[in-house]
Write a protein of this length. Structure first.
Length: 83
């Protein structure tokens, strides 16, 4: 019985860890997505002569990578939680 309980305790601990990681990645994704939306607006504005397109493009591409990374991390953790 104690062996079985230990196995269950370990599974519960892993689920709690995955849940915490998922929450963290979701928060990072949401913040990065908000920043990306702001940069997208700035980029669109710069196309009409308000600001430097090259500076905004670099920041935008960097943020796109972060958003994608956090999104994929969240998807992977969701899949692990479903198993």
């Amino acid at each position: 019985m104690t062996v079985r309980q230990n196995e269950l305790d370990e599974i519960v601990l892993q689920l709690e860890i995955f849940d915490a990681e998922l929450y963290k990645n979701n928060q990072l994704y949401q913040f990065a997505k908000a920043d990306l939306d702001v940069l997208k607006y700035e980029y669109e504005k710069s196309q009409f002569g308000h600001g430097s397109i090259s500076d905004i493009e670099g920041k935008y591409l960097s943020l796109v990578n972060n958003v994608n990374k956090y999104f994929l991390s969240s998807k992977i953790l969701n899949q692990k939680l479903k198993l």
